[in-house]
Design a protein around this ligand. Structure first.
Ligand code: ADP
Ligand code: MG
Length: 264
């Protein structure tokens, strides 16, 4: 049984259907990609999974249990953690203290109260930003701040990690290291669900990929299956009949997406 099951989820904001009958899963020990053009509904799916957004319809199951109406903090206590597309660290604290606060919160939830300074150092080392430990979180580069978010997530030792555009701001070398880290985290038994625009990274590390377009899952499969799917290519290339409504999509990460979908 997949750790996370999203079933028939619909989210409407007034007249806008942001997510339309989306059904997909994420499994332990696997990296699952959730990709799609801007505005496709990816972040809204994350909000539904984590409990920030109540769906108009549909079910979210975590570890076999229906959590659709469970509050955010209880889902987090059960092992869900996420990073945000917009960064959420405490700007006036150091990088090290940001992780320590996350560890204190996670420890407090379990009734553990002791200094976790060494554990904070270990997590910073693990995500590769130990050099920034003493810097204020609002003074570090965006890519580093994303890794800090990941370290804060890991403080809770989550079973499911939801990452919203984690590699933006990382250079090529950092992205490679980040891919290795994701593989290691999945290898520990965690399920990783990742929204990501860097198609090289997605195609390299993901075991399974779901493609959202206008709120609908138009394709689910392995990287090879997704890459060769005609609907996926149309969604990214804007070559469908609705082309004129998709001017936005043409600009969407064309440089990284086009080679990745194998169209020149
Ligand atoms: N709180 C909201 N109120 C109204 N419309 C929203 C809200 N959040 C998202 N949307 C709309 O829902 C659609 C999907 O948005 P989003 O999930 O952020 O897409 P993505 O993350 O794939 O870029 C977009 O059309 C967006 O404008
Ligand atoms: Mg988004």
């Amino acid at each position: 049984m997949p750790l996370l099951e999203v079933e028939d989820v619909v989210v409407r904001f007034g007249g806008v259907t942001a997510v339309n009958n989306a059904t997909f899963t994420a499994e332990e020990r696997r990296i699952t990609g959730l990709i799609g053009p801007n505005g496709a509904g990816k972040t809204t799916c994350f909000n539904v999974i984590t409990g920030l957004q109540r769906p108009t319809q549909g079910t979210v199951r975590f570890d076999g249990r229906n959590v659709t109406r469970m509050p955010v903090h209880r889902r987090s206590h059960r092992g869900m953690a996420r990073t945000f597309q917009r960064l959420e660290a405490f700007g006036s604290l150091t990088v090290h203290d940001n992780v320590r606060v996350a560890l204190d919160i996670a420890g407090g939830l379990r009734g553990v109260w002791r200094s976790q300074s060494a554990e904070a150092d270990r997590l910073l080392e693990r995500v590769g930003i130990a050099d920034y430990a003493g810097e204020r979180a609002d003074a570090i580069p965006t890519g580093t701040a994303r890794l800090l978010e990941l370290a804060r997530c890991l403080a809770g030792d989550p079973r499911l990690l939801l990452l919203d555009e984690p590699s933006s701001g990382l250079d090529e070398h950092e992205t490679d290291a980040f891919g290795e880290l994701l593989l290691a985290l999945a290898g520990e038994g965690r399920a990783i669900l990742m929204v990501e625009h860097d198609m090289d990274l997605v195609m390299t590390v993901c075991d399974d990929i779901h493609v959202l377009d206008f709120g609908e899952i138009i394709c689910s499969g392995s990287p090879a299956e997704v890459r060769s799917d005609e609907r996926v290519q149309r969604a990214y290339l804007g070559q469908s009949d609705e082309q004129d409504t998709r001017t936005d999509l043409a600009a969407f990460d064309a440089t990284t997406v086009l080679p990745a979908v194998g169209v020149s």
